[in-house]
Write a protein that binds this ligand. Structure first.
Ligand code: ZJS
Ligand code: ZN
Length: 334
């Protein structure tokens, strides 16, 4: 395990509230009583209680990813309104940003070089270990077009704080693509990148509509037919691969039939990700270890796979260049 932990890695598909530390989740969930299995809706209620919890969770999630040598993290979260406690989508996101600023174990770069003012306040920490954090704001499939649009507008206003894109997630059986399309189109026009949870359940019409939109990346891609795959491959849309998530949610019956193998063999851009490390008791290092042992991939090839993920990030050329250097030095040390 140790070599997978020490290997530099890029994480592009992690939901903030699916990444809560077990110990923190237990502490927060204690109030839920002895109910056994913890379900998202209940956890969400606990999280929604106050913004200092959001700040704490964010700080810990970033520190946990940094501790396993994730050097670039695109963290996604759904901005939430909760009238009863005076939480707005904006104040929720402010609590997230506060959490990024509270990180102490590692230097956090969240795009502060793009800040027009107050740069010294944003760029904190001491020289040494560094993690790039960029944010994706998620639209939940339960949301209306207006609510989705509100999230996109918030994302635009937060570009200077490291927001680089929009994600579409939530229960795959809820909501219609047509509801989210106007907001996603608007996001693209405004220069935001887009990733969508695509084909988590069989829904060929929606998968086709998503691919016609040509998102910057797609997540999961468990239920794509041959024609869909031809489109994905021809247009080189990178696929966020979440092995443990797909197995534990029974989207894929077993790892040996997972589409990762075909995509990897065809040199299609794939990025290993955790999805919800807290929910699926995993980590990015564990996902690397799992992929290596299941598909018989050696250390060097895994490091090259991690390096290739750099080409699929939503940050610009400057960040990519710096990340490539990190991987090149790691490759030299192998
Ligand atoms: C059953 C399960 C966990 C499946 C994993 N696959 C997923 N598919 C779609 N949306 C998801 C998934 N995991 C997390 N999310 C989204 O991420 C949210 C939690 O993170 P956040 O509150 O956005 O910070 C969930 O409420 C849900 O909207
Ligand atoms: Zn996901």
């Amino acid at each position: 395990m140790e070599s997978w932990v020490s290997m530099p890695k890029v994480e592009l598909h992690a939901h903030l509230n699916g990444s809560i530390r077990d110990s923190t989740l237990l502490e927060l969930a204690r109030g839920l009583g002895e109910k056994g299995a913890i379900v998202f809706s209940e956890v969400e209620q606990v999280i929604l209680k106050n913004q200092s919890t959001v700040t704490r969770i964010t700080k810990e999630v970033v520190e946990d990813f940094a501790s396993e040598n994730v050097v670039y993290l695109e963290l996604r979260t759904t901005p939430k309104n909760n009238d009863s406690i005076g939480m707005t989508k904006r104040s929720y996101m402010e609590a997230v940003i506060k959490g990024l600023r509270a990180v102490t174990t590692v230097d956090v770069d969240f795009g502060c070089h793009e800040m027009e003012s107050d740069a010294s306040d944003v760029c904190i920490g001491s020289p040494g270990k560094k993690i790039y954090i960029r944010l994706l704001l998620s639209i939940d499939r339960r949301e209306s077009t207006a609510s989705a649009m509100e999230t996109v507008k918030l994302a635009m206003e937060m570009k200077e704080l490291g927001v680089v894109g929009i994600d579409l997630s939530g229960h795959p059986l809820v909501g219609e693509w047509i509801t989210f399309l106007p907001a996603l189109q608007f996001a693209r026009e405004q220069g935001l990148s887009i990733t969508v949870h695509c084909g988590e359940v069989p829904n060929p019409e929606e998968v086709q509509a998503m691919l016609d939109f040509h998102p910057g990346r797609i997540g999961h891609a468990c239920f794509l037919d041959e024609e869909h795959w031809n489109t994905v491959k021809a247009s080189k849309i990178p696929v966020e691969i979440c092995l443990s998530s797909n197995i534990m949610t029974e989207r894929i019956p077993s790892l040996d039939v997972h589409h990762f193998a075909d995509l990897y063999n065809e040199k299609h851009p794939v990025v290993l990700c955790t999805d919800d490390p807290g929910v699926f008791s995993t980590s990015l290092s564990k996902e690397y270890s799992l992929a290596a042992s299941t598909f018989g991939i050696g250390k060097k090839e895994m490091l090259l796979l991690a390096k290739d993920a750099v080409e699929s990030i939503f940050s610009g050329e400057e960040v990519k260049r710096e990340l490539r250097q990190i991987f090149d030095s790691a490759l030299k040390e192998l």
